[in-house]
Design a protein around this ligand. Structure first.
Ligand SMILES: NC(=O)c1ccc[n+]([C@@H]2O[C@H](COP(=O)([O-])OP(=O)(O)OC[C@H]3O[C@@H](n4cnc5c(N)ncnc54)[C@H](O)[C@@H]3O)[C@@H](O)[C@H]2O)c1
Length: 266
């Protein structure tokens, strides 16, 4: 498919082949942006890009890259610069979980979790600087997690809390370029994302803390995508450095120290 490079706004979504990445890409495409999905899973990436093209009838692009590779952010932004010469929205969504208990943390895994969840978003923002500078205005949306408040596995929690810190720093740094930088912090979706514990117990524990009880459900990828689309929209142009919790109110509760809860990663 040949890409329409005229005034179309470009959204780069890491982990774009996953649940939240794909839902976000769909919403941003519906808002008129051209989605560029980055993922390390080539098969899932091809399927996601083809689905987006079929659904929207519009162009979409996939970039196969592993964000564990420190050189990947440079290569990704070089590709975006070459293809489009602009970047309007960066969604740092790719994530790794890691060991749930402190005794199980292996340093190689700790490094990998921090590399994907925290270092890659910083490097991508850094590599996007020439694009932001050439053309003022844009947004970064970092997908954090409610665990930055409640605590879960050490590496995952530290990386997501660090991502909130990075969000605040980048909001200050990129403010003069009129780039807004915000985070979305979802609660557990009940699917995907490497959860290998007792799914039913986890779901029950999660639901206990959801304040929107009448809905009797967990967060969905579409709930998260709605927040992403809002923060990337003109309606949010005066909002920066914020954390938007997509938790049904679960961020309001202090969580009890049960095994179920400390096992939680999302
Ligand atoms: N699912 C949840 O319950 C939940 C809750 C809160 C926050 N989050 C966060 O949302 C984000 C997306 O989660 P999801 O539920 O859509 O997960 P998912 O597993 O459906 O998607 C994650 C995607 O990221 C890609 N990815 C992982 N490591 C990568 C790497 N090194 N380089 C490139 N791509 C890589 C995967 O291939 C996958 O397509 C993550 O940052 C996660 O921490 C998820």
């Amino acid at each position: 498919m040949s890409l329409d490079l005229t005034e179309r706004r470009i959204a780069l979504i890491t982990g774009g082949a996953g649940a939240i990445g794909m839902a976000s890409a769909r919403r941003l495409a519906r808002g008129g942006m051209l989605p560029v999905l980055v993922d390390r899973d080539g098969t899932a990436l091809d399927i996601a890009v083809a689905a987006l093209r079929a659904e929207t009838g519009q162009p979409a692009l996939g970039i196969l890259a592993d964000l564990l590779d420190r050189a990947a952010p440079h290569a990704i932004m070089a590709r975006v610069a070459q293809a489009f010469g602009r970047l309007d929205c960066l969604v740092n969504n790719a994530g790794l979980s890691g060991a749930r208990r402190i005794g199980e943390v292996a340093i190689a895994e700790w490094d990998a979790v921090l590399a994907v969840n925290l270092t890659a978003p910083m490097l991508l923002a850094q590599e996007a600087m020439p694009l932001w500078q050439a053309r003022h205005g844009g947004s970064i949306v970092n997908i954090a997690s409610r665990v930055w408040l409640s605590g879960a596995g050490p590496g995952y929690t530290a990386s997501k809390a660090g991502l909130i810190g990075l969000t605040r720093s980048l909001a200050v740094q990129l403010g003069p370029l009129e780039v807004t930088v915000n985070a979305v912090a979802p609660s557990y979706l009940g699917s995907g994302f490497n959860f290998d514990g007792d799914e039913a117990a986890r779901r029950r524990a999660e639901q206990e803390h959801i304040r929107l009880g009448v809905l009797d459900r967990l967060a969905t990828a579409e709930d998260v995508a709605g927040a992403v689309a809002f923060l990337a929209s003109a309606d949010a142009r005066f909002i920066t450095g914020e954390v938007l919790h997509v938790c049904g109110g679960a961020q309001l509760a202090a969580r009890p120290a049960s095994a179920e809860v400390t096992d939680g990663r999302a």
